[in-house]
Write a protein that binds this ligand. Sequence first.
Ligand code: FPP
Length: 259
Amino acid sequence: MRFAKSPSGKTMAIPRHLAIIMDGNGRWANERKLTRTQGHRQGVVAVREIVTNAIDLGIEYLTLFAFSSENWSRPPSEIRDLFGLLKLFINKDLATLHKQNVRVRVMGSRDGLEGDIVALLDKAETLTRNNSGLVLMIAFNYGARQEITAMVQHLAHEVETGRLKADAINESLIAQYLYSGGVPDPDVILRTSGEQRLSNFLLWQAAYSEFIFVDCYWPDFDRNQLELALVEFGCRNRRFGGVSVDEMELTPNALVSGG
Ligand code: FPP
């Protein structure tokens, strides 16, 4: 784990992988008598800021929940606007992301998406494929149960066609067949707006993530909010089902083996 000092002198732990449920655009707009779309637009400003801050702090993977499989139940005009904002973001920001050495990956189903948006997502992934900086995972048309279902279908097909033995299925193979294949599990899953649930986000990958819930709405999530969250992460004692190092008893065996 890497640590850094916040401007107020507190210790922040820097996660290797930070995943964010960007919630509260609608309420942010409501409180200002603005339209929900204006809230989402301000949400994109916060997206730009978190990308820059993640790079600056040396976070390696940033996953942003931009559109869930369940968001299809929103009014068609809001869905159109959200898709429009993603297109605008890629059209306007892709060159900058590329210059920032960001590798863009999109996780989610391409089913039901229009051709032009699929082409844009593909373009973003292809252009930035060889970049070695921050990996920006955009969860778009994403649902964890759908992801797990697709993984099971894929593995079942491999078994059916004889390319894979059922006994060879293990945790690391499952992880490899998820949309997030090759990406380490998130150290932190952060949700803004005060809601405290996972909403079908990264169900498999979240097994040992630390959950951080912050009260501010996504458009207000700035550098200061991020630093406060990372200070909180620094105070967590991650044991992964074991015991923390300072609780370990030095048994005679441990002394002999050095372990
Ligand atoms: C939740 O707020 C936010 C979303 C459903 C969409 C998030 C999208 C963006 C920030 C913009 C597009 C993203 C990218 C990567 C360019 P909400 O509408 O559920 O807010 P509410 O709960 O207050 O109604």
